[in-house]
Structure formats: structure tokens, C-alpha cells
Design a protein around this ligand. Structure first.
Ligand code: NAD
Length: 476
């Protein structure tokens, strides 16, 4: 017998979205120099949330100059003083976490269960973690007085808007840099609320500047001669374009790009636990996760058992209103992303893979895609090679550990991987052979600010998180 869930809506009254937002430059919100604006919509309802300024050349220049002026005083502060500001920001994020979680679910489409229990706690944890580093840089192995780089130009994607901001801003500020950050055009709001938090924390003007806009704003920002360091998270295609722009300029660069991770289930894995890991690996955040376990590699002898259990579990996933606390899978972030997922899934069928999705009723407005799996997938299929960035799982099988490694590594990407087995020695053997920045064992999608994260091959270079994450913002 199954029970029906009554709706359990989180109130959106806790967040007050203004009708329009400006660019946050030198401690103030201001209109774009050319008056250009765009709108941000809620992907679950297509409701317009507000108007946002679109930063152009003049604004980028003003923001970079403001960050440069602020740099001389910010970088000269003792680390303990910078740490105080970061601790203050971390505490305000905790205090305002409900408001920020609702905002993030409205603007991004992710379920409140995730924005409330994953994104926001991790955002605060990042600021707390790097606040603690600010006065310890002299003891971290880079000599007695490691220096910051200057002004960082940072460009982030829409899948974890506030968390990606935290990954970029917290280490940059801890090291004494100042920043100009461009959030993604479909999810600018939490970065603008963060600007307000900077003011609340009395962060000196110009230390953090938020420039909203689209790809053209990002392209001009990273090309600006006043930028010393570029940090980018987003698609491999744009990452390559940025690498070409930055080449030969002396700017330090880190790229966190796409992925096509293998989640590998051996025949001795506890099936129920593995199924939870598979579901979390691909359906968390609608599969809009760079390190998503989008390729399931299951040992042939247990494939039927695992797939039966997986289908049963997928049948219990609840797709719908992101603000409902019972929702497991929210809205796809944009019409463009939905079109891309739809096209890739259609290609999977056309290439001969077998498509399956549980019966589920999708809302009539907004952008939605049912949790989907493909069996009979070969390594040549597009759905096994390309990042879908949606709730679509491609299932392949293997017979031996060697074959699992060979198939897992058969991708231009190398961001993450998962291994499910009872054998500790096999975990170590696999982790040694998998060409991926993160290898999870008997778990998936676990993040911690103390742990470095980053890719091999076309997943990018440089690490964020942990002590490694500081190195990207120091002249070492
Ligand atoms: P995207 O590359 O299209 O956009 C990312 C950001 O770059 C946005 O802010 C966008 O406005 C900006 N941008 C677009 N064109 C630009 C240009 N020419 N120059 C500078 N900036 C530009 O990617 P997306 O669709 O927003 O995000 C999805 C991608 O991000 C996926 O491939 C995913 O795997 C990747 N991602 C990676 C990580 C990671 O840590 N490795 C994390 C999250 C997302």
C-alpha cells in the first residue's frame, strides 16, 4: 500500500524579490551604463521574477577599476581581519538561509529539499572553512608570506548558483584578492542577494562586485586587461574559448568544466544502497550536475536485479513544484536546456537504445523532464559520450574489473566516478586506475569544503576546495 502525500509547500513570503536589480559595483547597486536589462523567470512556472541589469563594456571596466582600488587595502589587511569579514558573511548566510533557499528554488527550479539541506549548508560551510584559512596562509607550505594575485574575474553556471559563488568568492577573498563575479543569466538572483549580504557584513566597497549579464558579459570580463586571475565553471566549449582568450596574457586560469561520470556497480555491492547512490548520482538537482553519475556501469551478473530495483525506486520519485518539501525532482532550468535534453534523449532512441521512464504526470507550465533511463546503450551512442546535463541515465554493462575501468575511462571527460563494492582492495585498485578528479566509494555526490574538486582532461584543470583551492588564488 502506498500513501498519497499532501502538498507541503514552503512559503515564498520569506523572500522579498524587488521588481528590478542593478549591477553591484563598488558597494552600490546601479543601472547598466547603456540601460540594458533582461528578465529572470522561475523555470517551474515561467513567471517573471524581476528585471536585472545587463552589464556591458563600460560597466565591466568600472567594476574592474573598483576591484583594483579595493585590492590595495583589502590585500594589505592582516589575514585575521579578512577572516572576520568572511566569518561574518558565513553567519549571515546561515541566518538568512531559509530566504536564500526559497530564492534559489524559485530562480533555479531545484527542489527546496535540496536548496535547504544541501546548497545552503554547503555555501555557509565554504565561507566558514575559508574564513579559517585567512590567517593561516603563512603556515600552509608556501613560504612565510604568500601573496594574492590581484583582481579575479569569475564566471559561474546556473546549476548551483550560490554554491558556485561560494566556491569562487570565499577562497579568493581569504587570500586577499578582490573579485568581479558574473552569475549565469538564468539564475542571477542569489548572487544579487549575496551582494546585499556583503553590505550587511560591512565588507569594504569594491571587494566584491557582481555583474549580471549573459555570455557576452562573461567573455568581455575574462578578456579585460585589468583582471589577474580567471576562474570559470561551465561548459567545456566555453572553457576552451576562455583558455584561448587568456593564453599568453599571464592571467592565472582555473577551469571547472563538464563531465560524463561512470557510476560502477560490482556484483558484491549491497543493491539497495547502490540503487540509492545511482538515484542520487543522476537525479539530484535534475541531473544538472557536472559530476553526475550519468553512465551506470553495472556488472552483467547483477544487471537485471539492479535494474529492477532501480526502476521500482524511480517509480517513487516525485516530480513537481520545487517549493513542495516532498518534491524529489524539480524543474529543468530553462527552455534551452529542456530542448537539449529532449534532443539527446530522442537521439538515444534513434540510435537503438531502449528508453524507460516511470509513469509520472508533469506540470503543464514550466520546464519538466521525467526521470529517464536507457538500457542497451553502447559506448558509441551519443547518450554515452555527451553530457546531457539532465535526469537521464545511460546504462552499460561489464564483466570484469578491467573492462569496467576501460569503459569508465572511455570519455573525453574526467571529473568524477563512483565505485560500489564490498571489497576495500577493489576500491583502492579502481580509484588508482580511474582517470577522474574525484572517486566516491559506496556513496556519490558527497561534497565538503575541505576536499579538493576538479577534473582531468576536458573536465578542466585546477582544484577548488581544500588547501588546493587556495593555491589558485595565490602567487605561488
Ligand atoms: P555555459 O558555459 O554556457 O555558461 C557558464 C557561464 O559562462 C554562464 O555564466 C555564461 O553566461 C557564461 N558564458 C557563456 N559564454 C561565455 C563566453 N564566451 N565567455 C565567458 N563566459 C561565458 O554553461 P552552462 O550551460 O551555464 O552550465 C552547464 C555546464 O557547466 C555543464 O557542462 C556542466 O558540466 C558545467 N559545470 C561544471 C562544474 C564543475 O565544477 N566542473 C560545475 C557546474 C557546472
Amino acid at each position: 500500500m502506498t500513501f498519497a502525500y499532501a502538498p507541503a509547500l514552503e512559503s515564498r513570503a520569506v523572500v522579498d524579490i524587488a521588481p528590478a536589480y542593478g549591477l553591484f559595483i563598488d558597494g552600490e547597486f546601479r543601472e547598466a551604463a547603456d540601460g540594458k536589462v533582461f528578465t529572470s523567470i522561475s523555470p517551474s512556472s515561467e513567471e517573471v521574477l524581476c528585471e536585472v541589469a545587463h552589464g556591458g563594456s563600460k560597466d565591466i571596466d568600472t567594476a574592474v577599476r573598483a576591484a583594483r582600488r579595493a585590492y590595495s587595502t583589502w590585500s594589505a589587511l592582516p589575514g585575521a581581519e579578512r577572516g572576520k569579514y568572511l566569518f561574518r558573511i558565513a553567519r549571515i548566510i546561515q541566518e538568512r538561509s531559509r530566504e536564500l533557499a526559497v530564492l534559489e528554488s524559485l530562480d533555479n527550479g531545484k527542489p527546496i529539499r535540496e536548496s535547504r539541506d544541501v546548497d545552503l549548508p554547503l555555501v555557509a560551510a565554504h565561507f566558514f572553512y575559508y574564513a579559517g584559512w585567512a590567517d593561516k596562509l603563512s603556515y600552509a607550505g608556501w613560504g612565510p608570506d604568500p601573496k594574492p594575485l590581484g583582481v579575479a574575474g569569475q564566471v559561474i553556471p546556473w546549476n548551483f548558483p550560490l554554491l558556485m559563488l561560494a566556491w569562487k568568492i570565499a577562497p579568493a577573498l581569504a587570500c586577499g584578492n578582490t573579485v568581479v563575479l558574473k552569475p549565469a543569466e538564468t539564475t542571477p538572483l542569489s548572487a544579487l542577494f549575496f551582494a546585499d549580504i556583503c553590505r550587511q557584513a560591512a565588507l569594504p566597497k569594491g571587494v566584491v562586485n557582481i555583474l549580471t549579464g549573459d555570455g557576452s558579459t562573461g567573455a568581455e570580463l575574462v578578456a579585460h586587461p585589468g583582471i589577474d586571475k580567471v576562474a570559470f565553471t561551465g561548459s567545456t566549449e566555453v572553457g576552451k574559448a576562455i583558455a584561448r582568450t587568456v593564453a599568453g596574457t599571464g592571467k592565472k586560469l582555473t577551469l571547472e568544466l563538464g563531465g560524463k561520470a561512470a557510476n560502477i556497480v560490482f556484483d558484491d555491492a549491497p543493491v539497495d544502497q547502490a540503487v540509492e547512490g545511482i538515484v542520487g548520482g543522476i537525479f539530484f538537482n535534475q541531473g544538472h550536475v557536472c559530476c553526475a553519475g550519468s553512465r551506470l556501469l553495472v556488472q552483467e551478473s547483477v544487471a537485471d536485479e539492479v535494474l529492477d530495483a532501480l526502476k521500482r525506486r524511480m517509480g517513487t520519485l516525485r516530480v513537481g513544484n520545487p517549493l513542495d518539501k516532498n518534491t524529489d525532482i524539480g524543474a529543468i532550468n530553462s527552455a534551452e536546456q529542456l530542448a537539449r535534453i529532449t534532443a539527446l534523449a530522442a537521439d538515444g532512441e534513434a540510435e537503438g537504445a531502449e528508453r524507460w521512464a516511470p509513469a509520472c504526470q508533469l506540470p503543464s507550465t514550466g520546464f519538466w523532464f521525467a526521470p529517464t533511463l536507457f538500457t542497451g546503450v553502447t559506448q558509441a551512442h551519443r547518450i554515452a559520450r555527451e553530457e546531457i546535463f539532465g535526469p537521464v541515465l545511460s546504462v552499460l554493462t561489464f564483466r570484469t574489473p578491467d573492462e569496467a575501468v576501460q569503459k569508465a575511462n572511455n570519455t573525453p571527460y574526467g571529473l568524477s566516478a563512483g565505485v560500489w563494492t564490498e571489497k576495500g582492495s577493489r576500491i583502492l585498485w579502481m580509484a588508482d586506475k580511474l582517470r577522474a578528479g574525484v572517486v566516491w566509494a559506496n556513496t556519490f555526490n558527497k561534497f565538503d569544503p575541505a576536499s579538493p574538486f576538479g577534473g582531468f582532461k576536458e573536465s578542466g584543470f585546477g582544484r577548488e576546495g581544500g588547501r588546493h583551492g587556495l593555491e589558485a588564488y595565490l602567487n605561488v
